[in-house]
Write a protein that binds this ligand. Structure first.
Ligand SMILES: C[S@@+](CC[C@H](N)C(=O)[O-])C[C@H]1O[C@@H](n2cnc3c(N)ncnc32)[C@H](O)[C@@H]1O
Length: 269
């Protein structure tokens, strides 16, 4: 399924991305452009809508995601173990996958967006469940996208990789049947702006799967969370999180909390 995006410079103009850009068994390089002539590079299948734009200021937590070393160890050393540590119970990826698929119900004719994808774990899981679906994984870290590309190719899953800022997504309204976000909310500097964007690009009958970390109820945990706060990571209580979701135009359909990990199924309000 080819992908149509919105020109980052001319918001009425569309850019067609050929299917080949998502077919990872063949490296795809080239340029894409809007009818107005603004042009963007596709390098090794990563559609880069940020090259040539002014570097944004990143928090410390965000900066580390731009390092190749972080990207190369992120999934195997941290992501696969993190939920067991943070929930305080055995929580392998298979358990998260079960919930993701139950709530998102990916269909072969659907389009899905993974926001702040890092190594695009969610996109791969959704693609495996619905092999003909269209998966789009977005991050502003080139290092993460390159690692995501390697992992997706190894898994033989075809995904569109887009380097863009989630605060200003290069998509028209109501493009996606599902939007997924795993752990990214806590790292955002403009969380409400990104949530508004998620709501805008989601179809009115679409679903958003959110996994994020909430404030710890133990003093030791709170102390730790306040310490990492200086790096730019934020935590909210469940009520504060739900207020954010509601302000962005979502309603909470289902929610599960385990330790400091919160899973929420959101629908457009
Ligand atoms: C905690 S990681 C996400 C992990 C991933 N979703 C998963 O399930 O494994 C956060 C990611 O969000 C990205 N990110 C943070 N702010 C962003 C923004 N404004 N636009 C795009 N990506 C962003 C970072 O580069 C990083 O890769």
């Amino acid at each position: 399924m080819a992908l149509q995006i919105r020109s980052p410079l001319h918001e009425r103009e569309s850019i067609d991305i050929p299917d080949k850009a998502s077919e990872l068994s063949m490296p795809f390089n080239g340029t894409i452009s809007s009818p107005k002539g603004d042009e963007y590079f596709v390098k090794n299948n990563v559609i880069d809508l940020l090259s040539g734009t002014k570097e944004k200021e990143y928090s410390l937590a965000q900066s580390t995601n731009h390092w190749r070393l972080t990207a190369s160890v992120y999934e195997d050393l941290w992501r696969k173990r993190s939920l067991s540590l943070l929930t305080g119970e055995e929580f392998p990826i298979a358990k998260e996958e079960e919930l993701l698929l139950e709530w998102v119900q990916p269909s072969n004719s659907g389009s899905y967006l993974d926001v702040g994808c890092s190594t695009a774990l969610y996109s791969r899981l959704l693609k495996k469940a619905a092999p003909n679906s269209r998966q789009v994984a977005l991050d502003f870290s080139n290092a993460m996208l390159l690692e995501a590309r390697l992992k997706a190719e190894a898994d033989q899953t075809d995904i569109f990789f887009i380097r863009a800022d989630a605060r200003d997504m290069p998509f028209f309204g109501q493009t996606f049947d599902g939007v997924v976000m795993g752990g990214t909310l806590n790292e955002l500097t403009d969380e409400l702006k990104v949530l508004y964007e998620c709501r805008r690009v989601l179809k009115s009958d679409g679903v958003m799967f959110m996994m994020h970390l909430i404030k710890s109820s133990h003093w030791g945990g709170r102390f730790l969370q306040e310490s990492v706060g200086v790096s730019g990571i934020q935590f909210w209580s469940v009520n504060e999180s739900n207020t954010l979701f509601e302000r962005a135009g979502f309603r909470v359909e289902e929610q599960i909390t385990r330790g400091i990990v919160c899973f929420t199924k959101l629908r457009p309000a």
